[in-house]
Each structure stands twice: as C-alpha cells, then as structure tokens.
Write a protein that binds this ligand. Sequence first.
Ligand SMILES: *Cc1c(COP(=O)(O)O)cnc(C)c1O
Length: 374
Amino acid sequence: MKHGQLHKDTIVIHEGYDDTQHHGSLAVPLYQTSTYSFDNAVTGEKRFSGEEAGNIYSRLGNPTVQVLEERMTMLEKGEGALAFGSGMAAVSSILVHLTKAGDHILCSRGIYGCTFGLLNIMKNKYGITHDLIRMDTEEEIERAVKPETVCIYVETPINPTMELVDLHAVVNVAKRHGLRVVVDNTFTSPYLQNPLSIGADFVLHSATKYINGHGDVIAGLLVGNNKDEIEKIRMTVQKDYGAIMSPFDAWLLIRGLKTLPVRMERHTANAERLITYLKDKEIVENIYYPFDKDNPQFSIAERQMSAGGGLISFTVKGGKEGAQLFMDSLSLIKIAVSLGDAETLIQHPATMTHSSVPENDRLQMGITDSLLRL
Ligand SMILES: *Cc1c(COP(=O)(O)O)cnc(C)c1O
C-alpha cells in the first residue's frame, strides 16, 4: 500500500500480507527455512542475476521477515526496511554503509552505550572520528560541522535524561551541508515520532524494546527514505556481515507489533499518572518527561512527537544511596535494564547502563548519582 492509505492501527495488523497467497492462513506463516529450491536451472540463474524476483537463501530474504519489513516501512513512512539480529546490528550496518576511513560523525551528546563503544572502535581502527554535542539550535549544530563530516547521528529523547534533540534543526543543517541524518527512534517507537517525515534519511530501532513489547526477543530494524539504497545495504553490508533477523524472531515481532498502538497509548497514560503521583512526593527532586508542561523543551516535544511515551526519569534525595534505597523499596517494579515490556522496570544509569562512561562525561550528560530511569 501507499503511504497515507492505511492508519497506523491498521498497518500493524494488515500491511504486507495477503492470506490468499498462503492457503488462507490468518496468521502470517513462519517460513523457518534456510534456502529455497528453484523450478529449474534457468530460474536459479535469473534469481541470482536479479532478472527475476524471488527467494534464494534466507540470509538474502525470507517471506516472514519481509512482512515485518513492509509493516515497518509503512509505520515509519519510509520506502524500504531491513530487519537485523539486534538493534546494534542495525546501528553498525548503517554506520558502516555511510562512512569510510577519515570521515567524521556528529552525534547527540547522549547515545546508547554500545553505540558509543562502536564509535570508539571506528575511531581507533579506521580513523572515523565523532563529536558528541548538544543539539538545541541550528547554530550549535552548524558550528560543529567539519569538512569531513558525513552524517548526523542522533537519539531523541536521549537515554536516560529524556533531553530532546530538535529534529527540524538537525535536518535543516544537514540539508545545507549535504549530510545524511540517522535517528535512533527506539525511545518513542514509530507510533509517537516519525523522523523520516521531518526529513531524516534513516530511522533505526532496537526492536527488542517497544516494537516487540514482550521482552522475549533481541532484534533491530532500519527504515530508509530510498528503496534502492536500502536494497543496496541488504545486498552489501547486511549480506556480507550476516547481520540478519531469524524468521522465528520476525514472527514473534509481527505478533508483538499488532498491539503497538494500544500499548503506546497505555504506556503514555501510565507515565502521566505516575508523574502526577511522583510530583507530590517529598523524596522526588526533579522529573524529566518530554510532555511535562514544566519541561523547558516542551515546544520541541510538541513539534516532533505526538505523545510523551512510557519513559520517565527523575532524581531522588540522598544521592546514590537514596536512589538505591528507593529501588530496593519497590515491590512489583523490577530492577532491570531494557524498556517497552509489559513489566515496569527501573534502573540506576550511573551504576548500570552508563557505568562505563567516565564520571566527568557522565555528569556533563546530566546523569547524576541520584537519577533513576523508570
Ligand atoms: C537497547 C537499545 C539499543 C541496542 O539494541 P539491542 O537490540 O540491545 O542491540 C540501541 N539504542 C537504544 C536507544 C536502545 O535502547
């Protein structure tokens, strides 16, 4: 289907699947196969040359995985998508695709810990450098662009501070300098924010989180605004690195994705109620949430997100000990990293997800000892 023909609530259930082609099977079948036979030798030759469309081998494509890719393409308002074995496989594949030795990447001042690790491997082994900067205004971004900059890589909201990057500002600067824009959209899901519509070139997800929603799969997804470029990545970086999603994981994700709209609405409603509750509590100092009226970045949130989502961070009194005591006093809320599942999870970034970030850098990002992410 073309963009705009189906509502997101309908896309997650119907896009990319025609049951009349599958014996009327209501559920998308699981094609748990490594390879596909050809009717005859010439068919095999034509599939390999690209003259004829069709399946060859599951590292190059699988019908179950394809349904998920088509649904994600439409949900993110893109032109093509690729499914990966983890969020990090999606991150590494797009960065390898976009850069070569000597290039420079401009990043938001908070990025996922392993993305930070990957950028350091790229710097130390291949001389691909990066800078992490605040991206509140076009001037701030413009000042950091270098002659060798090739792309801007951002997360928004930033984990775990919930600080926002102004996506319109990023896209405007990128257009002026011919830079590609990649957005890690894991924290909002395609239901609340669509960076491709604002002008980004690529959106990626740790599908482990909201897209799956059930805490039982590790997976990644990449969506692009150019079908040919996505197919090129499929047949180069993804094929040769082998960074693919298994058909069974795709099947679980198709199942989880069906409830994404309902889940995101409930996550948001729950977060709003919790904020009201926490605001009254003596022990709570500050609350960070994109759609909180007291948030100085509220106007950025309104311009690029349709709702605030399920993640809240806040500080409590008593520093690290206060934060740890708070966590240990909870009963149903589990102490765990990750997000987007049915269970409510809390973690202490300073000693958990961001414990490998040097203290000075960590404090500069706003990750204090009393910060908790719920
Ligand atoms: C979890 C996460 C990743 C990494 O995804 P995996 O599926 O764990 O490989 C990347 N970015 C963000 C924002 C994440 O939360």
